[in-house]
Design a binder for this molecule. Structure first.
Ligand code: G
Ligand code: G
Ligand code: MN
Ligand code: NA
Length: 254
């Protein structure tokens, strides 16, 4: 209960912060983007990860205001990087189910882009496969509207949500992120490898970028590359870090 109260005050007290995790092109190791990940700098408990408060934020509806802050902050950062002369990078923001089903989402995204004069193609919105599949017709309309704004769309945690392929074909998405669950024990010739291959083939057929995430070992990286993933993300290549520590130079060893 105390935490609900504190969560309600956290925005006004500027206790939220975004960390950024790099994403790299497989093969070349060129930096391909960053994922913005929310952290709560709690005055007594220290830095809290979403696992500690996102459910609460979702249940209380506070996620709507928090999510609006996340979108605005990511766009503000994109502009700051541009003004520092950084090369244009795409930044991905995660959307929760409640945000995704909220009628104001498209307006909120448009407002954040305009407020910071951000080219829409530099913003990627990640929704999980299960969120996208909750109400297929409604999701389709929202994704079409977001796509019309010019932002890019990524289906997160892919492989866990029972997508109908017919539906997936109609979605205006740009990217599939293979769920970490298929990567954690990935080995050549394994069942997970067959699943990754199938997702890569699906991505190729639908012209979607396929991202392997949760890459923690050299072996996982090699198998994901061999199987044809387009991009890679994970602790091996770069952890989520505060913006001051985010590196634009140097490519990862992909
Ligand atoms: O950063 P971390 O690995 O702890 O994130 C855990 C979960 O929280 C992930 O599923 C991630 O997508 C989610 N998450 C991270 N940042 C945000 C955010 O800004 N908004 C929402 N809705 N979820 C987030
Ligand atoms: O659900 P989503 O894919 O948005 O989750 C992103 C979360 O995954 C972030 O909280 C991030 O901290 C975490 N993450 C990123 N890379 C790795 C990794 O290599 N291993 C593990 N276990 N978690 C990771
Ligand atoms: Mn994500
Ligand atoms: Na994911």
């Amino acid at each position: 209960l105390q935490l609900i109260h504190e969560l309600g005050q956290a925005l006004g007290r500027r206790e939220f912060v975004l960390h950024y995790q790099p994403k790299f092109e497989a093969g070349s190791g060129v930096l391909a983007g960053a994922e913005a990940l929310l952290r709560w700098n709690h005055p007594e408990r220290g830095l809290l990860a979403p696992a500690d408060f996102i459910d609460l934020a979702e249940r209380t509806g506070l996620i709507l205001q928090i999510g609006e802050w996340v979108l605005d902050e990511a766009c503000r950062q994109l502009r700051a990087w541009r003004e520092q002369g950084r090369p244009p990078l795409a930044v991905a923001v995660n959307l929760s189910a409640l945000q995704f089903s909220h009628p104001e989402l498209v307006a909120t995204v448009g407002r954040a882009l305009r407020a910071h004069d951000v080219p829409p193609e530099q913003l990627i919105l990640e929704i999980t496969e299960s969120t996208a599949m909750q109400d297929v017709e409604a999701s389709h309309a929202v994704l079409e509207a977001l796509s019309a704004l010019g932002v890019r769309l990524s289906i997160d945690d892919f492989g866990t949500g029972y997508s109908s392929l017919l539906y997936l074909k109609r979605l205006p998405a740009n990217e599939l992120k293979i769920d970490r669950g298929f990567v954690s024990e990935l080995a050549r010739g394994s069942e997970d490898a067959a699943i990754v291959s199938a997702i890569v083939a699906l991505g190729d057929a639908l012209e979607l970028t396929v991202v392997g995430e949760g890459v923690e070992t050299r072996a996982q990286l090699e198998v994901l590359s061999e199987l044809g993933c387009d991009a890679l993300q994970g602790y091996l290549l770069g952890r989520p870090v505060p913006v001051e520590e985010f590196r634009f130079d140097g490519s990862a060893e992909c």
